[in-house]
Ligand binder design. Structure first.
Ligand SMILES: [Fe+2]
Length: 281
């Protein structure tokens, strides 16, 4: 008896999990069954949850160690005391955002793909949501790889991709500007998921800048084609947030993006991540 039921969010990706209060202690067999559901469906949604930071953190720790942050502590809007929490919010104090990634659209990306050991999971909990927009799109990157044309598969075979991030939602790093001041990492362009053993395409429009063996223009054009493929392949679930939603996703086999939303509506979500490992082809 695991005590929960699963309900599909989209034919290709995601389930809603019903029947669990995430703030309550979790029996081992429930945790194991959830881990399996997560592996099978890539993203899990829990609605109507009432979670303190401590409870969200405890739930996160059921699946592994908490992920840290690469961004220097003095550059984090959440400040020194927030530890592993990221507040994704447009709330401002004296005109300055109190959290990260405050406004508007955000391009597709994999959290922390620019780190040597990219985070495995992200858990985002909605404290306050906008009436319009600010949805999160999730793409199934196993399916992205499996449905790719042979021509593109061949172009990518055995190659690596430079993942680099300047901590802005719709602005890519200009490579001519030099890359050393930005967090970056060369990663396999197709990874083998460490837990499922399945291949997943590991490219995104925000953070992937260069493919080895191609110059910048060729790389851009391939990355553009890959993103168009993902958007056309019916492998994306769009989540409209409600207060109390907790969404957990796997960063190795999914990528996500955010739709635009009005600046004058408050949006606040609390994020923890689960530590990952080095990824191989
Ligand atoms: Fe993200």
């Amino acid at each position: 008896m695991t005590g929960f039921t699963l309900h599909r969010l989209h034919a290709s990706i995601g389930v809603e999990v019903r029947g669990i209060d995430l703030s309550a202690p979790m029996p081992k067999d429930t945790r194991r069954a959830l881990a399996q559901a997560w592996l099978d469906h890539l993203i899990l949604l829990f609605r109507d949850q009432d979670l303190t930071p401590k409870a969200q953190r405890a739930f996160c720790e059921q699946f592994g160690q908490l992920g840290g942050r690469l961004r220097k502590v003095e550059e984090r809007p959440e400040g020194r005391d927030a530890e592993n929490i990221m507040l994704v919010t447009n709330v401002r104090k004296n005109g300055v955002p109190i959290g990260s990634l405050p406004d508007g659209e955000m391009f597709f990306h994999h959290d922390k793909c620019y780190a040597a050991e990219p985070d495995w999971g992200t858990m985002l909990y909605a404290l306050e949501v906008t009436r319009a927009g600010g949805h999160t799109l999730f793409a199934n990157m196993y399916a992205a790889w499996e449905t790719l044309s042979n021509d593109l598969k061949e172009k990518l075979h055995g190659r690596r991709v430079l993942q680099i991030y300047k901590y802005l939602p719709t602005e890519r790093v200009d490579l001519a500007d030099g890359i050393d001041k930005y967090d970056h990492q060369w990663q396999p362009i197709v990874i083998t998921h460490p837990k499922s053993g399945r291949k997943a395409l590991y490219v995104n429009e925000l953070m992937s800048a260069l493919i080895d063996g191609y110059d910048e223009d060729e790389s851009r054009s391939i990355i553009k084609r890959l993103n168009s493929h993902v958007k056309a392949a019916n492998i994306i679930y769009e989540h409209k947030w409600h207060r109390g939603d907790l969404m957990m996703w796997d960063n190795w086999c999914t990528m996500h993006a955010r739709t635009d939303f009005p600046r004058n509506q408050t949006r606040m979500l609390r994020r923890y991540t689960i530590r990952g490992q080095k990824l191989s082809a």
